[in-house]
Ligand binder design. Structure first.
Ligand code: CO8
Length: 260
């Protein structure tokens, strides 16, 4: 499948999707968002893909937001369609059975922070900057930013960022739990791929259950959420990988997981 604004590479069980409009700092227009959805589906359906990395082309930006030139003349209904397209795509990524790593290599503003937040973990380079600056152009976030940011960093900090529109450094993003790890720019992809390769070798069904339990348990009551967790954990006992993992532990050897 050929894309205009994305690159998709699959190597050693890891897919890398690169936003590829560096001249516009990888700003997301509707074509790119559509391609992201298609690329994510392709990764879901490709049995060779175990983990997906999202990153941006160039050394300046991950994604500098939704494309302002495309948005400037939208009427509310068309704006809503663009938001729905983005929200569906990001929810698809967030709930897909395979892990997603955001390798944030520069500006992740507005829609860029929103895309990163839909991923399971966020690694970032030392020059990365985050923020929800929509308020500065007369908007609020529309691709889940008001909701995921509050869930990840807490409501008080989310309100500060969304209402004030300031950018924050990667160090601050790390302090407030928005970023998991910081790397020098030239190490970001090396380390992201290393981590992805590590995940790719883990039991795929258990990884899927881990993601599912956290995603779908988060907004439930503790009673229902722990029940969901127990059901997900119980299902792992139906896999060969659970048997192999425990057997290998008891035999003091490395497990050979098959992915089911
Ligand atoms: N949209 C379109 N073009 C962009 C964007 C963008 N978000 N960001 C950068 N560009 C373009 C610039 O216009 C410029 O193009 P050109 O060379 O043709 O003039 C090129 O990228 C380089 O940008 P700058 O010259 O501005 O580079 P600087 O290093 O000076 O500044 C910044 C970098 C700080 C990242 C700056 O470009 C900037 O502030 N960008 C906009 C950031 C922003 O406001 N993002 C949020 C957008 S709104 C959003 O994401 C809402 C998402 C969901 C809502 C959907 C509703 C329908």
């Amino acid at each position: 499948m050929e894309f205009n604004n994305l690159l998709l590479e699959v190597k050693n069980s890891v897919a890398t999707i690169t936003f590829n409009r560096p001249k516009a700092l990888n700003a997301m227009n509707s074509i790119t968002m559509g391609e992201l959805y298609q690329a994510a589906k392709k990764c879901r359906d490709d049995e060779d893909v175990k983990v997906v990395i999202l990153t941006g082309a160039g050394d300046k930006a991950f994604v500098a937001g939704a494309d302002i030139s495309e948005m400037q003349n939208l009427r509310p209904q068309a704006a809503l369609s663009f938001m729905e397209q983005g929200q569906e795509t990001l929810r698809f990524i967030e709930t897909m059975s395979k892990p997603f790593i955001a390798a944030v290599n520069g500006f992740a503003l507005g829609g860029g922070t929103e895309i990163a937040m839909a991923c399971d973990v966020r690694f970032a380079s030392e020059n990365a900057r985050f923020g929800q600056p929509e308020i500065l152009i007369g908007l609020i976030p529309g691709w889940g930013g008001t909701q995921r940011l509050a869930r990840i960093i807490g409501m008080g900090r989310a309100k500060e960022l969304v209402m004030g529109g300031e950018q924050i450094t990667v160090q601050r993003a790390y302090e407030i739990g928005l970023v998991n790890r910081i790397y020098p720019q030239d190490q970001l992809m090396v380390e992201s791929k290393k981590y992805a390769t590590k995940l790719a070798a883990l039991p795929a069904f258990a990884l899927k259950m881990a993601k599912h339990s956290i995603n779908y348990g988060y907004d439930l009551s503790l009673d229902n959420a722990t029940r969901l967790e127990a059901e997900c954990c119980a299902q792992c006992f139906s896999t060969d990988d659970q048997k192999e993992g425990m057997k290998a532990f008891l035999e003091k050897r490395k497990p050979a997981f098959k992915g089911f």
